[in-house]
Design a protein around this ligand. Structure first.
Ligand code: HEM
Length: 371
């Protein structure tokens, strides 16, 4: 059974390596995203299989297991080189690993090729590193262009204020008003933690966040505009990364449940406390793409999401060989309407590019596409 697991770990590592290679280019060739998605899908299928296989192992009784446990010693899951390589290649932070008996996980590997493979897996860019730099290049983040982040901040504040004013207006009870007020400030504070760069960096230092501020903005943009053709695949890709993280956590969980059933609180053959040690690995410190899960905290209702300017819409539209169609389909009327819509603070929520004429938009968009 363990051999079967090891073979599948090997396959997952091959898939991760091939994706890392595609991401390693300074600009990801967008023709590769479908291939990346199919590799991730394969990883997800394999992990599902590995998670489910524990049910078969669990048909063994603890007494059956005791009979052959002696033959296993001193072998232990700690010696699974591939598991460690996989963790490192995905991007688990070394400092987040749980130590057992003050030992480093690398100490069980003594042969040079294994030690070298582990060192390489730490020093080369992990999937996390590569996804991070890809996200930070998301089209639309440019300050001098669409400047998504500024617009998103305005939109989020707008939503919070409107929602707050509406609900407070309807409340007459002072206690209720106070609790609404508290809720409002709490929400404001939550959003402040992503809009204030200093606070954001402090959260990274505390280990609560990991993605760079720019990459976080890119991921948020992909989440909010996933219906735009050019973001279809990136949003699928982000969702698959979360699936992989979740499934690895489920693998750890099923494994630890089985360990408890077979060993109770006996020590492991690798020298750890067994159940206690393994239980401590089922935590967010072992999630590589935790920031993607946390993005949901900052989602705002769709009607508040900043509308795309024509130029941005064009960039996210893949079938660009017919600009005329795009211009005809673009709802200039609604754009003009929202152009005039005022925020509580008085500023408009739209960028100045949206007031261009159709002709100038066409010339601007073709420049943008050729760039
Ligand atoms: C009855 C079956 C199993 C038992 C009782 C068991 C027990 C344990 C224990 C006690 C540990 C902690 C390390 C130690 O002190 O030895 C461990 C770790 C580990 N086991 Fe198992 N195991 C079982 C099945 C498996 C299977 C099927 C795999 C698949 C390859 C596996 C892979 C691992 C890995 C990778 C670790 C390291 C986990 C980490 O450090 O996060 N184990 N196992």
């Amino acid at each position: 059974m363990i051999v079967a697991y090891e073979l599948w770990f090997k396959q997952i590592i091959l898939e991760v390596d091939s994706v890392r290679q595609m991401f390693a280019a300074s600009v990801l060739d967008e023709r590769h995203t479908l291939r990346i998605i199919s590799r991730f899908n394969r990883i997800v299928l394999i992990l599902n299989l590995l998670v489910d296989q524990f049910a078969i192992l669990e048909t063994m009784t603890p007494l059956d297991f005791m009979e052959f446990r002696g033959y296993l010693a001193p072998a232990s899951g700690f010696q699974s080189l591939q598991f460690r390589l996989l963790e490192n290649k995905l991007g688990i932070k070394q400092e987040n690993r749980v130590r057992y008996n003050q030992q480093h996980y690398m100490e069980v590997f003594h042969d040079d090729p294994s030690v070298q493979a582990l060192k390489d897996s730490i020093s080369s860019p992990s999937l996390f590193d590569l996804v991070q730099s890809w996200l930070s290049r998301t089209p639309g983040l440019e300050l001098e262009g669409f400047n998504f982040w500024e617009k998103f901040e305005q939109a989020a504040n707008w939503w919070l204020d409107e929602e707050f004013y509406q609900s407070v207006q309807g409340a007459s009870d002072p206690d209720l008003k106070k609790s609404m007020m508290d809720g409002y400030w709490k929400k404001k504070e939550t959003f402040e933690s992503i809009f204030n760069e200093e606070l954001y960096e402090m959260a990274i230092k505390r280990g609560e966040r990991r993605l760079s501020h720019k990459a976080f903005q890119g991921a948020m943009m992909i989440f909010l505009y996933r219906d735009e053709p050019r973001f279809h695949q990136p949003s699928q890709l982000l969702s698959l990364l979360m699936d992989i993280d979740s499934l690895l956590t489920k693998w750890r969980y099923n494994h630890v449940m089985m360990v408890q059933r077979m060993l109770g609180s006996k020590m492991g053959t690798g020298g750890s406390s067994g159940y206690q040690y393994l239980r401590s690995t089922i935590s967010d410190r072992y999630k590589v793409f935790l920031d993607l899960f946390n993005l949901s905290t900052y989602l705002i209702p769709l009607n508040y999401v900043p509308p795309l300017t024509f130029n941005m819409k064009t960039r996210l539209f893949i079938a660009t060989d017919n600009i005329a169609d795009l211009i005809n389909n673009f709802d200039l009327e609604s754009e003009a309407k929202s152009e005039g819509k005022q925020k509580p603070g008085g500023a408009t929520s739209r960028s100045s590019t949206s007031s261009l004429s159709a002709e100038s938009m066409a010339s601007q968009s073709s420049e943008d596409l050729s760039g």
